[in-house]
Ligand binder design. Structure first.
Ligand code: PLP
Length: 480
């Protein structure tokens, strides 16, 4: 197939020329009903916001332009099948877990999995086995799963049905998972990889290697995170030795909207085209430009760029972690950058994370000037960075109760300080990066409470936990 084509976008643009009258959904009628907005930003996009009309194919039974576009994606990633997702990697994770595990089955996951993984486990009433990742002391964050941890978990739980790896993490940190995946597969356990942050890895070195090439059965990627796809637009791939294709396709059809967004799918068509045309030369130019940017950032005394000393760790060079060399924490640093119009991906206790675009920046001088301006008044101190988000758990843990049992038990809110020893009834997830800190069903320890109070003092935001800011935590009424 001609790799320069974008079948979905082409059909939509053609449709725009020929379709004069809309007597079908969506109700905006090619944007006709959008009145009264000055310089209406929706104008162009609504003309391609179509439905399953003749010639525009159907995501749930793709035989035309969507099918062709997915086949082109399959060829690029050398997968057995690739699927467009219009509800993010979130729906990919849900569908992958639902297709590989039945209620009561064991699934092995990293403790720092995305919340969609934890939701999938709870929905299906699975028995989760949580693995403690390694921590990188330069970054102050989780880095990757060590082979010994994986081996220990598999040897203890060889009856698990699936193993879900998250690679890379939010900070772009990963390792070579070839050996891990081989070992897991040797026990007939399905390997799912949440590669939400690594859709560009398929291009190979100097990017880290994709887990598709390391043998994973299912790989899920948020094309919208690093490729030029619209928010939510994602895709997933399956390998030739994955034998639950029908179950997966069924679950995707159940979980995804019956009215998939054409602008999102067209943006996936474009993201695939973009990646196809990204040459090694382009990639090396981007890498050199990032190295130059980092050198210039490191010349600003108030900040420094994290660099790991761990030889097993592999890092995506698009992710740049800037830490503070001053009294201000990451949240204040973020606010200072924003006052200069520079918006970052996330802030944590020590710094901010930038996701560099997949092109060469032509405004490095301006950026350096603005970043310097935002911090120049701060006295430089070489502080000891506090990594209080690092609370090490045992390498392999599980929860005492199953989710069905817990669903029958009442809950109450108690003061955080009185909750030690109780069973947590909510997922406590600082956002970003959206990694669970306390998981529903886990026993609350003193160490967790100390860390939680520090999170709250530092200004972390948590999703769906309204009373946490009032010092209350939800627990199951199990004891006393
Ligand atoms: C590791 C990881 N997996 C999955 C997701 C969910 O991806 P999406 O936003 O595409 O649904 C995220 C989102 O941040 C993530 O960080």
């Amino acid at each position: 197939m001609n790799k320069q084509r974008m079948p979905i976008l082409e059909k939509l643009l053609n449709h725009k020329l020929v379709a004069k009258y809309s007597f079908h959904v969506p109700g905006h009628k090619n944007g006709l009903l959008y009145n009264g907005i000055e310089n209406n930003p929706f104008n162009d996009i609504l003309k391609i916001d179509q439905t399953e009309l003749n010639g525009l194919d159907d995501l749930h039974s793709p035989e035309g332009c969507i099918g062709q576009s997915q086949t082109m994606l399959q060829e690029l990633y050398d997968s057995y099948r690739s699927y467009y997702l219009i509800n993010g990697s979130t729906v990919g994770n849900l569908a992958a877990v639902f297709s590989t595990c039945e209620s009561g089955d064991k699934i092995i996951v990293q403790r720092n999995s995305h919340k969609s993984v934890l939701n999938a486990i709870k929905f299906k009433d699975l028995r989760p086995i949580f693995l403690e990742p390694e921590y990188d002391m330069e970054y102050g964050t989780a880095s990757y799963l060590d082979f010994e941890t994986v081996k220990q978990a598999i040897d203890l739980h060889s009856d698990a049905k699936a193993f879900l790896i998250t690679s890379p993490n939010y900070y772009g940190l990963t390792t070579d998972y070839t050996e891990h995946i081989k070992y897991i597969k040797s026990k007939n356990i399905i390997v799912i990889c949440d590669e939400a942050h690594g859709a560009h890895f398929i291009k190979g070195a100097p990017f880290p290697q994709s887990t598709i090439n390391q043998g994973a059965h299912i790989v899920i990627q948020s094309a919208h995170k690093t490729l030029p796809a619209m928010t939510m637009a994602s895709w997933m791939h399956i390998s030739r030795d994955f034998n639950k294709k029908e179950e997966l396709e069924y679950n995707l059809s159940v979980l995804q909207s019956s009215s998939p967004s054409y602008p999102l799918m067209a943006s996936l068509d474009y993201a695939r085209f973009f990646l196809e045309n990204l040459t090694s030369d382009d990639i090396y130019k981007i890498k050199n430009s990032i190295e130059n940017f980092i050198d210039r950032l490191n010349n600003i005394p108030q900040i420094y760029i994290c660099k790991s000393k761990d030889s097993k760790m592999i890092k995506d060079f698009l992710k740049i972690k800037i830490n503070s060399n001053t009294v201000v924490n990451g949240f204040e640093l973020q606010a200072r950058f924003e006052s200069e119009g520079i918006y970052t991906e996330l802030a944590d206790e020590n710094g901010v994370l930038l996701i560099h675009p997949l092109n060469v920046l032509d405004n490095i001088d301006t950026l350096i000037t603005k970043i310097y301006k935002s911090v120049q008044d701060l006295p430089v101190i070489k502080k000891n960075h506090s990594f209080y988000s690092i609370i090490k758990n045992d390498k392999v843990t599980s929860i005492e109760y199953n989710y069905k049992e817990l669903s029958k038990i009442t809950k109450s809110f108690v003061d955080i300080k009185n909750s030690i020893g109780m069973v947590c009834a909510q997922n406590i997830i600082p956002y970003p990066p959206g990694i669970p800190f306390l998981i529903e069903g886990e026993t609350i320890t003193e160490g967790k409470i100390i860390a939680l109070n520090k999170y709250l003092d530092a200004g972390f935001r948590f999703q769906g936990t309204p009373f946490l800011y009032d010092g209350k935590i939800s627990v199951f009424n199990l004891k006393g």
